[in-house]
Write a protein that binds this ligand. Structure first.
Ligand code: S3P
Length: 171
């Protein structure tokens, strides 16, 4: 396998963090999660950050951090946030970091996984399923244009997702 990084993108609840951790264990490379890095730096949760400083501030932090990771030529696995690929600048930075893998799932899958979740500020609304559908529709093009590899992850278990990614990377 090429010595390059693997970047996981996809909607909230698509499995980026879990798949990232499994890949890290399997191929023995460090894993980082963009949201977790921001939480550590800002010393608060993403929800608190949205509530106190607003979404735009959070988006600036995402871009800043990506720029820094590119500058430091970071190697390993990175799980992006669900909204990270929405800025063209971020898409360029993600691609500079490594091979971008898009975990594609259906809105219903996300809803089932996250219906009780309180940690995603964008989904704390009356009708989260509609919100997921709208957001996903508006984001699909950006995810696809950024991806080197797309994995339709709804029906796959974690082993199958991991194996598909590794097979594609070693081709
Ligand atoms: C967001 C996704 C979240 C987090 C923030 C915004 C989004 O990350 O970055 O709540 O805009 O889709 P996950 O995809 O890891 O949940």
């Amino acid at each position: 396998m090429k010595r390059e990084s693997i970047i996981l993108i996809g909607f909230m609840g698509s499995g980026k963090t879990t798949v990232g951790m499994r890949l890290s264990y399997k191929i023995r490379r460090p894993v980082e999660d963009l949201d977790k890095m921001i939480e550590r730096r800002e010393a608060c949760t993403i929800s608190e950050l949205f509530a106190t400083k607003g979404e735009e501030y959070f988006r600036e932090k995402e871009t800043e951090l990506l720029r820094e990771l590119v500058r430091k030529k970071r190697q390993g696995i990175l799980s992006a946030g669900g909204g990270t690929p929405m800025r063209q600048q971020n898409r360029d930075l993600l691609k500079q970091l490594g091979t971008v893998v898009y975990l594609r799932v259906r809105p219903e899958t996300v809803y089932e996984r996250l219906k009780w979740d309180k940690s995603r500020p964008l989904l704390q609304c009356k009708d989260p399923l509609s919100r997921i559908q709208e957001l996903m529709e508006s984001r699909a093009g950006a995810y696809e244009s950024c991806a080197d590899i797309i994995v339709d992850a709804d029906e796959l278990d974690l082993d199958e997702i991991q194996n598909r990614i590794l097979r594609r990377l070693t081709k």
